[in-house]
Write a protein that binds this ligand. Structure first.
Ligand code: GLP
Length: 261
């Protein structure tokens, strides 16, 4: 795992955008994994800037979303499919139908989950998965206690995540759906490159447990310690509980220029 500690969210966004840009330049048909939440927003803005500057095109790429709330109407602004459309998909040149999310309002949810995993496989798997991390250590919506081998399925949100996400629902926890459909930890681990971004002191404990703690369902993001190509981009506040922070900084400072993320 590579841990990169930087001074600002802008720098995190620029580094993650470099990885996406380089992938799309070498493999225009790449499959991206898109995350919601606030952590990737600056990255999406940066990708839009680079798209407008003609540095990157998504015209032949595909994308799969990580997760979705159950029970939000098709037009609800916080439905993740709509969030992704607003923040990135509708601002660049993805072809129609090339960005997919799990169907969380299907009558047969389990069949829809299995079909989603199959669709990712049929597309050749995810080349680069963008990730954030919840303050309770979840990735996508894999809450503490999630099977480390899980596939796309329905989950119930923890009280912590409901409280954390209430800010997207006008601060009203009662409006946050209790159920979600999420790619499993096993599904996410099949992506070829994980790029996880975390900002702010509220993420410091989760980042410490994810990078340096025991691999455990109690901190689901810790599964990424088993991934052969995981990049963790953090600001100083999110890095504030890391035991080996000076070592990570030493390694990154000595990184050969030809070696990308
Ligand atoms: C949300 C999403 C995750 C996201 C996480 C952190 O609930 N399902 O994909 O990574 O929680 O969100 P934020 O980046 O807003 O802190």
């Amino acid at each position: 795992m590579e841990v990169v500690i930087v001074d600002s969210g802008q720098r995190i966004a620029a580094l993650a955008a470099d990885a996406v840009q380089q992938l799309l330049q070498t493999k225009p048909t790449a499959v991206l994994g898109l995350a919601t939440g606030s952590s990737p927003l600056a990255l999406y803005d940066e990708l839009v800037r680079r798209f407008q500057a003609k540095l990157v095109s998504f015209a032949r790429a595909k994308a799969f979303m990580l997760d979705e709330y159950v029970g939000l109407g098709a037009d609800h602004p916080e439905r993740y499919r709509n969030v992704i459309e607003r923040e990135i998909a509708g601002r660049v040149d993805f072809a129609p139908s090339s960005v997919r999310g799990p169907d969380a309002n299907a009558t047969d949810l389990m069949a829809a989950c299995r079909a989603y995993d199959q669709a990712i496989r049929d597309a050749g798997g995810v080349d680069l998965q963008i990730l954030g991390v919840g303050s309770d250590g979840h990735i996508a919506f894999n809450e503490p206690g999630s099977s480390l081998a899980s596939r796309t399925r329905i989950k119930t949100l923890t009280r912590q995540t409901v409280a954390d996400n209430a800010r997207f629902f006008g601060g009203d926890e009662s409006l946050v759906p209790r159920h979600v459909v999420t790619q499993g930890l096993g599904t996410i681990m099949e992506a070829r490159h994980l790029v996880l971004m975390a900002l702010g002191r509220g993420k410091a404990e989760a980042v410490h447990q994810m990078v340096e703690g025991a691999v455990s369902a109690l901190w689901p993001a810790s599964i990424i310690q088993f991934h052969p190509h995981a990049t963790v981009l953090v600001d100083r506040e999110a890095a504030s509980r890391l035991q080996l922070s000076s070592y990570y900084e030493h390694v990154y400072a000595a990184k050969p220029p030809w070696q990308t993320l």
